[in-house]
Structures are given as structure tokens and as C-alpha cells.
Design a binder for this molecule. Sequence first.
Ligand code: PHE
Length: 470
Amino acid sequence: MIQKKQSHSSFSGQLGFIMAAAGSAVGLGNIWRFPYLAAKDGGGVFLIIYLVLVLTFGFTLLVNDIAIGRHTQKSPIQAYEMVKPGWGFLGRITFLVPAIIMTYYAVIGGWVLKYITIYFVGEWHAAASSNYFSSFITSPISPIIYGLIFMILTSVIVYRGVQNGIEKFSKICMPILLFMIIAIAIFSLTLKHTENGVTRTGLQGLAVYVIPDFSGMTVGKFLSVLLDAMSQLFFSLSVSMGIMVTYGSYVKKDIDLNHSINMIEIFDTLIAFLAGLMIIPSIYVFAGKSGMSSGPSLIFVSLPKVFNAMGKIGVIFGAAFFIMVAFAALTSCISVLETLVADCSEIFKAPRKKVTLILTIIYSIATVIITLGYTVFYFKLKLPNGTVGQLLDLADYLSNSVLMPITSFLSCVLIGWVVKPKLIIDEMELNGKSFKRKNIYKVMVKFVAPVIMVILFLQSTGFWQWLLRF
Ligand code: PHE
């Protein structure tokens, strides 16, 4: 067994680990992508597929990352080399993912902060107009300032350390987030609105969300729902970006990984489900079935319109919503920066506080550059997956669509075929608890997950669509 060095950080216990890891997993993906996919992909049909995948495929990737971290007690840059000499290159590829994500995460976090202020300074009617968001992100100073504030908030928490910063913050933040999302979801089910003589209610919106809609379900459509669910899931669990390896390395050897991993899965899936419960009915009531959009435009354009249409209560609803989103984004951003801090402290053998300061300076500059991607550095690029984007979308595409499937694929090959799953299974059973989903895990890590990763990679690079033409 590898002895833990005295200087290595750690979580104080199981709860701290679960809250921090769930904080990383629960992020913008849960809020702005999951509800959209559920509405688009036949409501309950998507929910069922997603649930099955969480328990098999998502679980396998989460186990890989966390167990590798705990086994080696190293950050990703060294962990893979330690698992199998010669595989250090995988650590270096994995390092690139948070290094890229960090360039733009604070930019989006800044947008969320801006939208919180809108509800406090009474600008929320203006925010309901269609071009408010685009004129904000293309304005010269304001998005930079908000982005930098978000960056500094993240850095302050990471600077305070694993136990005093990340763990303490997550333990406060995650229960508040859960409480707020439940409250908003319940309220959104009580909504009612009449337009052109047609009344739509929140409960009808609930039906759109949860009742499986098989109409028009062909084999091709089913496959596309499957792909949507797979890509959403692995992004949502924060796997394959080194984050869960880093957090895993802070878990003490006497902690039961089985229970912790179950809790992280439950937390992430529950919040995604609740996000749908809060967003789908409110959009349905005020904008009908076709009102759902995905990504930034869902929360920064469509929802402010809904909050405005709600009348006075919309101010409270809107402010609560954006505060909750800020919590979700902050705990995710913290996990990205922490992974970089852990990696760089090991690479440069430097103290974490110094590394945090230097990374804060570097990523503050990056935040400014990415923000300027909407103005000074504006360009339009057609990405291989068919979308058109600028600097932020390009960074997002490289990290999430290209690098993440590659790291996941390679880590499954490493565990499934090179060092064999026993290494991970032993780590899961270290403190005498049996690894209940052991058999599913073995099949998934050897056969299913690598194939899924190849398909996701082919899809995001455009090859899949090309192959389907034949
Ligand atoms: N898991 C987060 C989500 O679902 C996304 C995330 C991405 C977190 C990158 C950290 C880093 O939104």
C-alpha cells in the first residue's frame, strides 16, 4: 500500500468528500442541458435511459477516477504513471482538460453573477428583452469585471485549502442549493398562465417532463437519445477531467468508497431531475412546448422572460434561481482550479498557496481573453460537430468533445486490459465492504465503456454522421 505523505491534503471525512465531489458534479450541465435534453428526447424516455446509464456506465467511470486517485494518492499528472509505468502520457492528456476548461468557466460564472445583480437593481424587465444578453456579453467592460470577480471568488476558496476552503464551502453550499432547487421546483408546479384563451398549468408541464413520449420513436431516434444521455452523463459526473482523480486522492483510506460514490451519483442525478422539474413546467406555462432552448440561451434569455411574465413574484424567483446557479457553477469551478493546483504543485514541487496565486493570475488573463472573444477577438468557426462557435465554444469543444472521450477511453483500456480491474476492485473493497456492482463494473470497463467512448468521439468529431451516410 502506498503511504500517504504528511504534506498531502485530505478531506476531513466522508461527508466532506461527498459534498465536494457532488459540488463538482452539479454544475451548469445539470441546469442548462439536462432539462433541455429531457424535453427534446421524449421526457420520461430520456429519464429512464439516463437512469440506467448512471447506474452502469457513469458509475464505472466514476469508480475508475476516484479509485485511481485514492489508490495512488497523487494528482492526475502522476497518478497514471504510478498505476502503470509508461502511462504517464495519459496524465498529461488529462491535465489539458481542466487547463482548457478553466479558461472559460469563470467567464460563464461572471454572466451568472451579472444576472443575480439584475434582480437586485430592478433591471429584470430589461433582461426579458431578446437582445439583453447578447448586448451584455458584447459590451467592453462589464463582462470582464464580472468574470474576474468570479475567478477571484474561486481562487479565494481554493487558496484556503482542501478542508478549510473547498470542503467547508461545499458543506454549506450544497444543502442550500438542494433546498433552493426543491423550493423553486415546487413553486414552478403551481404556476398557471392564460394566453389567447388557452390556460397552461405547471402540472401539465410536469406531464411533458416525466411521461414517456414514444411518438415518432424510431431506431435512429432512439440511438440519438442514447447518445445524448451518454454524453450528458459523463460531462455531468465531472469524470475524465482529472477532477475526480484529484478529489479521490484526498480521500482517507478508511472511508467506504462504495457508499460515497452512490451518494455522489444520487446527488448529481437528483439535482438534474429537480432542475428539469423547475425549468420545464415554468417554460411550458409561459412559452409552450416549443419554448425550451439549450445552453446559455435557456437560462440567460428564455428564463428571464418567464420570470418577467410571472409578475412581482418573478423577482424573487429569478434572484433565487441565479443565486442557486452561481452556487452550482462555483463549486464546479473550484474543482477545476483545485485539480490544476494539485497538478502544478506536483510538477513544480511548489507550495499550493503559491501555485494558486500564480494560476489565478494566468487564468484571470485567460478570462479576459475569452471574454474578448465576443468583441475584439470575435470570429466564427464551423466546428466538426456541425455547430458554429467562437473562442469560448472552441475551448469547450476541445475539452469536452475531443479530449474527454479520449481520456475516458484510455483509462478504461488501462484498467480493463492493462492492469486489470482487480486493482480498482481491491481499492473499492479496501475496508472490508464488498463492491456490490463488481460484475457490472468489470463488463462495463472492459467492453461497453470503451465502445461508448469511441462512438461519442466519432460523433463529436463529425465522423459518426459521415459514417451514417453510407
Ligand atoms: N459536472 C459539471 C456539470 O454538470 C460540469 C463541469 C465541467 C464541472 C467542468 C467541472 C468542470 O455542469
